[in-house]
Design a binder for this molecule. Structure first.
Ligand code: AMP
Length: 274
């Protein structure tokens, strides 16, 4: 497995591999890899990629001033091992300084799907995400990139960016990987105490308690009160149309129920598509 830190070197290698006929997959991550990330790498293997580039980069531009950029967990050694075991062929560990050169001044903003949900709660977040992902697309020369359904709004925004800016690659969205308890795997779960991990189960439990067919208002109320009962602080609960991310009236096929909640100081997100 190859290791890159220099964007120009990665880009040159990917360009040459593509020219030689290799099918290239990109898996963008912020590292501290878990089975959710591993499932994305394995999806790329399953789809027959010859080169699978995993990027591990805690992108400062997508964090707000009061968010967890500094304390975000990092473990390059463990990430390297997980990438190799999952079937990656290259890992890209850039630094903020080599991704954002002095006087970096070009950003990508998506202006429709980013308005609600995490976009409303984390101003500038998706601008940071779109910018770094666009850079990774250009660096990797990928034929396809794999994202997780865990970050459903992000996946929809990236698809829109690819469509609207004519990026020449396919976006694959892989299902959410959960702990046996139902808790969605997340690098941020490492912040949780054992008791908090227990309380956090209210998120997946309340999502999976929905039967489908409920009025959105009733479903939202039910989830919010389950979260409150477990001691979580709801950031949002929304039922949206999967394509437009606009409010839906009923929990029905073609909608997604999304939750963001604070468990202590840790902000967790989860969702269920119907
Ligand atoms: P992150 O490192 O949290 O930025 O996530 C990198 C990619 O992994 C994103 O496309 C996420 O949606 C995806 N991902 C994170 N957690 C999971 C999970 N539990 N199941 C599936 N994909 C995930």
């Amino acid at each position: 497995m190859k290791k890159f830190t220099d964007p120009a070197k990665l880009q040159k290698w990917c360009r040459e591999r593509r020219a030689a006929g290799a099918k290239i997959a990109l898996v963008p991550t912020m590292g501290y890899l878990h089975e959710g990330h591993v499932s994305l790498i394995k999806e790329a293997v399953r789809r027959g990629a010859d080169e699978i580039v995993v990027s591990v980069f805690v992108n400062p531009v997508q964090f707000g001033p009061n968010e967890d950029y500094d304390k975000y967990p990092r473990d390059e050694k463990a990430d390297w091992k997980k990438c190799r075991e999952a079937g990656a062929t290259a890992v890209f560990f850039p630094t903020p300084a080599n991704m954002y050169l002095d006087r970096h001044s070009v950003y990508v903003t998506e202006e429709d799907l980013s308005r609600g949900l995490c976009g409303a709660r984390r101003p500038g977040h998706f601008r940071g995400v779109c910018t770094v992902v666009a850079k990774l697309f250009n660096l990797s020369h990928a034929h396809f990139a794999v994202f997780g359904h865990k970050d459903f709004q992000q996946a929809q925004i990236i698809k829109r960016m690819v469509r609207d800016l004519n990026f020449d690659l396919d976006i694959v969205v892989a299902p959410i990987v959960r702990e046996e308890t139902g808790l969605a795997k997340s690098s941020r779960n490492t912040y949780l105490s054992a008791a908090e991990k227990e309380s956090a189960l209210a998120i997946s439990k309340s999502l999976y308690a929905l039967k489908g067919g409920e009025r959105a208002a009733a479903a939202k109320k039910k989830i919010a009160s389950a979260l409150e009962k477990a001691g979580l602080k709801t950031d949002y609960v929304e039922v949206v149309d999967v394509e437009t991310l606009e409010d839906a009236k009923t929990v029905a096929p073609g909608t997604c129920v999304l939750v963001a909640a604070y468990c202590g100081k840790t902000r967790l997100i989860d969702n269920r598509e119907f």
